[in-house]
Design a protein around this ligand. Structure first.
Ligand SMILES: Nc1ncnc2c1ncn2[C@@H]1O[C@H](COP(=O)(O)OP(=O)(O)OP(=O)(O)O)[C@@H](O)[C@H]1O
Ligand SMILES: Nc1ccn([C@@H]2O[C@H](COP(=O)(O)O)[C@@H](O)[C@H]2O)c(=O)n1
Length: 647
C-alpha cells in the first residue's frame, strides 16, 4: 500500500486558501441542476465526491461547463425533475451525493439504480427510504434491507399527512427530503422523529434552498414545511465558501505548532456549522482571531493545550481533529455525543481509537464518546486511514509533536481535499537535516560532529550502526552473509549512544567497533538489503528538534531524501588511508598502512557496487574534496552552506 512519511515538524505558521466546501458544493450542484435558469457556481470544490455528483447529473441529462483552473461550473438547470428517465448511477462513497439524489430521483418519475463502493453499501439509508415510501415513492433495496444499492421506480406520489423521518442517525436524510420535496409542487411537511443531530448541516440546506428561491418554514428543529407551488430558480451566480471542516486541520496546526496559521475563504459569516470548531479550539486555550471570511489560530499562552470535555454533536466532522488535538492536551479529554461517527466513511469511533492508541494514547471508547489520555511521549506509528479522508488529514497533526508519522493510503484525501498534503507542507516546518555522505575515512564523522555542535543539532553516525551489527553478529556466531539472521541481530540491537561513546548490550564498545575487523564486517553486512531495512527506522528516529546532522553512505539518498543541504565529502584513497592510519595510531589501535589502503579501496568498491543504497554522489549534493584541506576548512564550508557563519 502507498504511504506518505511525514517528518517531525518544528512548528506551523502561514496562510492557507481553502478549497470549496464539500457540503455546499454538492448541495449547490443539485439545486442548480433542479432550478430554472443558468447558475454560475464559483469556487466549486474539485474532489472525488463532487466528481461523483457531476457524473450523476450528466447521466441524468443536466448540461454544464467547467473551468477547472477558475474552479467555476456553469449549470443549465432543468427546471424540475430530471429529463433522463432511466440510469445507473455510481456514487462512490459520497453521502452528500447519494442521499439527496435518492430523494430527488424518487420524485422524478423514472427508473434508476444507485450504488457505490463497498463501504457505501454498509451505510444505513433505511430512514430516508421509509420517509420516501410514506408518500408513495417506489424505492427498493437491491441486496440488504436498509442499505444501498437502491432501485427506484416511478412511484405514485401523494402528499397527505406530514412525512416522518428519523433525525438521530444522519441529518442527511432530512436534507435529502427537504431538497427534493419542492419537485412535487405541493405543500409538504416533514416531522423529525427523535433528536435531530448535526443541526448546522440542516441550516446549510435551508440557507441554500432559500438562495434558490424556496423558503422553508421551520418550527424548532422538529417540523419543516415547504410551501406549495414553489420552484427552484437560479440565483445567477453563487459563491461556494471555503470548507470549514478542512479549515480545522490548519487551525489545529496553528494551535499545536505555535502558529499563527490563518485560513482564508471561511470565517464568522459562514453558513457552515463547522466554523464553531474555533470556539472549541478556544476552549482548549488556543488564541483565535476571526473575520467574516478568515480565521486564525495560535498556540495558548503557556504553549500546551488544555484538557477538555465537550459535547461535539454540532460539529461531528471537525470534532475528529479535536481527537488528535487531545494528544497535545495537558490531561485526559472527552469527546461526547459523537454517535454519528459510527456510520460515516468508516466506524470513526472505533478507527480513531485504534489509531490514537498506536501513537501512545490511552483511549476509552464508548457507544457515542471517546476519552483520550495523551501519552507522555508520542510514538512513531503507521496510521491506517480506512479510506477515510478525515483520518488521513487529522493524523498529519501528530508530526507537530516532533514525532514522524506514516499515513497509509494518503490519496484518500481526494474525497474532499486533493491538495491537502501540499498545503500542509506550505505551513509546516520540518525538523532540518544536514546530510553528509562519502567514502570511508573521508572525514565525514569529524566534520559532521563539529557541525552538529556548532548548530546545536543532534548527530547521527550511521556507520556505527553497521559496525555494531557486525560486532553483534560475530559475537552471536552468525555468519555475516546469513541475511535473515544478521537482520534479526540488527532489529534487536540493544544500543545506547552517550556523547561520543557507544554501548552495546550494556558494554562500552566505542573503540572496539573502530577496529578493522568491524570495519570490514560492517561493509559486508551493509550490503544485505534486510539489514539496511532493519536499521531504517532506528536512523530516522534521530531526527529530533532542533535539527540533525547525519553522516554515512545513503543519508541523502534513502534515510533522509528531503535533507537540505546534502554534501558528498571525499578525498583521495591515499590521503584517507593515511588519515585513518594516524587516527588508529593515536588511539593505540593496531594498523598497517598498506592493508588499510587496500581495505579502504575494497570497502569503497563494495559500498559503491551494491544494489541497495550504493555510495554515490547525488546530483543535489554539494561536492567537498578535502585531499588538500583541513578539518577547519571543511567545517566552515558546511556551516557556510547551511547559512550559518562559523563562529
Ligand atoms: N579535511 C581533513 N583534513 C585532514 N584530516 C581530516 C580531515 N577530515 C578528517 N580528518 C581526519 O581523518 C580521520 C578520519 O576521519 P573520520 O573518522 O571523521 O572519517 P569518516 O569519513 O567518518 O570515516 P568512516 O567512514 O570510517 O566513519 C580523523 O582522524 C580526522 O580528524
Ligand atoms: N549510511 C551508511 C553508513 C555506513 N555504511 C556501511 O558501514 C560501514 C562502516 O561505516 P563507517 O562510516 O563507520 O566507516 C561502511 O563501510 C559502509 O559499508 C553504509 O552502508 N551506509
Amino acid at each position: 500500500m502507498e504511504h506518505l512519511d511525514l517528518p517531525p515538524m518544528l512548528g506551523a505558521r502561514g496562510t492557507v486558501r481553502l478549497p470549496g466546501s464539500k457540503s455546499i458544493s454538492n448541495r449547490t450542484l443539485l439545486l442548480a441542476a433542479l432550478a430554472e435558469g443558468e447558475t454560475s457556481i464559483r469556487d466549486l470544490l474539485a474532489s472525488d465526491d463532487t466528481e461523483r455528483m457531476l457524473e450523476a447529473l450528466q447521466t441524468l441529462g443536466v448540461s454544464f461547463s467547467r473551468d477547472h483552473e477558475a474552479c467555476t461550473c456553469v449549470v443549465q438547470g432543468v427546471g424540475g425533475g430530471f429529463p433522463v428517465k432511466a440510469g445507473d448511477l455510481f456514487l462512490g462513497n459520497a453521502g452528500t451525493a447519494f442521499r439527496p439524489l435518492t430523494a430527488a430521483l424518487a420524485l422524478s418519475g423514472g427508473n434508476y439504480r444507485l450504488h457505490g463502493v463497498a463501504r457505501m453499501h454498509e451505510r444505513p439509508i433505511g430512514d430516508l427510504v421509509d420517509g420516501l415510501r410514506q408518500i408513495g415513492a417506489d424505492v427498493r433495496y437491491e441486496a440488504n434491507e436498509g442499505y444501498p444499492p437502491l432501485v427506484i421506480g416511478p412511484g405514485e406520489i401523494a402528499l397527505s399527512g406530514p412525512i416522518r423521518v428519523r433525525g438521530d442517525v444522519s441529518s442527511q436524510f432530512l436534507t435529502a427530503l427537504l431538497m427534493a420535496l419542492p419537485l412535487t409542487g405541493r405543500e409538504a411537511t416533514v416531522e423529525v422523529v427523535g433528536e435531530l443531530i448535526s443541526k448546522p448541516y440542516i441550516a446549510i440546506t435551508l440557507e441554500l434552498m432559500a438562495r434558490f428561491g424556496v423558503v422553508v418554514k421551520r418550527e424548532q428543529w422538529s417540523r419543516f414545511t415547504i410551501p406549495g407551488g414553489v420552484r427552484y430558480r437560479s440565483p445567477g451566480t453563487i459563491f461556494v465558501e471555503g470548507d470549514a471542516s478542512s479549515a480545522s486541520y490548519f487551525l489545529a496546526a496553528g494551535a499545536i505548532g505555535g502558529g499563527p496559521v490563518r485560513v482564508e475563504g471561511v470565517g464568522r459569516a459562514s453558513i457552515q456549522g463547522d466554523v464553531a470548531f474555533v470556539d472549541a479550539l478556544a476552549r482548549l486555550g488556543a488564541r483565535i482571531e476571526a473575520g467574516d471570511n478568515w480565521m486564525q489560530a495560535r498556540a495558548p499562552e503557556g504553549g500546551r493545550l488544555k484538557a477538555f470535555d465537550l459535547d461535539l454533536n454540532h460539529i461531528p466532522d471537525a470534532a475528529m481533529t479535536l481527537a488528535v488535538a487531545a494528544l497535545f492536551a495537558d490531561g485526559p479529554c472527552r469527546l461526547r455525543n459523537i454517535a454519528s461517527w459510527r456510520v460515516k466513511e468508516t466506524d470513526r469511533i472505533s478507527a480513531m481509537a485504534t489509531e490514537l492508541r498506536k501513537v501512545g494514547a490511552e483511549v476509552e471508547e464508548g457507544a457515542d464518546y471517546l476519552r483520550v489520555t495523551p501519552p507522555k511521549v508520542l510514538r512513531f506509528a503507521s496510521i491506517d486511514t480506512y479510506d477515510d479522508h478525515r483520518i488521513a488529514m487529522c493524523f498529519s497533526l501528530v508530526a507537530l509533536g516532533g514525532m514522524r508519522v506514516r499515513i497509509n493510503d494518503p490519496a484518500c484525501v481526494n474525497k474532499t481535499f486533493p491538495e491537502y498534503f501540499d498545503r500542509y507542507a506550505q505551513v509546516t516546518a520540518p525538523v532540518p537535516v544536514v546530510a553528509i555522505d562519502g567514502p570511508s575515512a573521508s572525514g565525514k564523522g569529524t566534520v559532521a560532529a563539529r557541525v552538529a555542535e556548532a548548530l546545536g543539532y543532534h548527530y547521527l553516525d550511521s556507520g556505527s550502526l553497521y559496525r555494531l551489527v557486525a560486532l553483534a553478529a560475530m559475537r552471536a556466531g552468525v555468519p555475516l552473509d546469513d541475511e535473515g539472521r544478521v537482520a534479526r541481530e540488527a532489529a534487536r540491537l540493544d544500543v545506547r549512544f552517550e556523547g561520543a561513546r557507544v554501548w552495546l548490550s550494556g558494554e562500552d564498545v566505542t573503540d572496539l567497533i573502530r577496529e578493522e575487523i568491524c570495519s570490514v564486517g560492517a561493509s559486508r553486512v551493509a550490503a544485505l538489503p534486510a539489514v539496511r531495512d532493519a536499521l531504517l527506522d532506528r536512523q530516522r528516529d534521530f531526527r529530533r528538534a532542533p535539527g540533525l546532522v547525519a553522516e554515512g553512505r545513503d543519508i541523502g539518498s534513502v534515510i533522509f531524501p528531503d535533507a537540505s543541504p546534502k554534501f558528498f565529502l571525499t578525498a583521495s584513497v591515499e590521503v584517507r588511508a593515511e588519515r585513518r592510519y594516524k587516527q588508529l595510531m593515536e588511539k593505540g589501535l593496531p594498523a598497517k598502512l598498506e592493508s588499510l589502503s587496500k581495505d579502504l579501496a575494497e570497502r569503497d568498491a563494495r559500498d559503491a557496487a551494491r544494489t541497495v543504497a550504493p555510495l554515490k554522489k547525488l546530483p543535489d549534493a554539494v561536492l567537498l574534496e578535502t585531499s588538500d584541506s583541513g578539518v577547519e576548512e571543511a567545517v566552515a564550508f558546511v556551516l557556510n552552506e547551511v547559512g550559518r557563519a562559523p563562529g
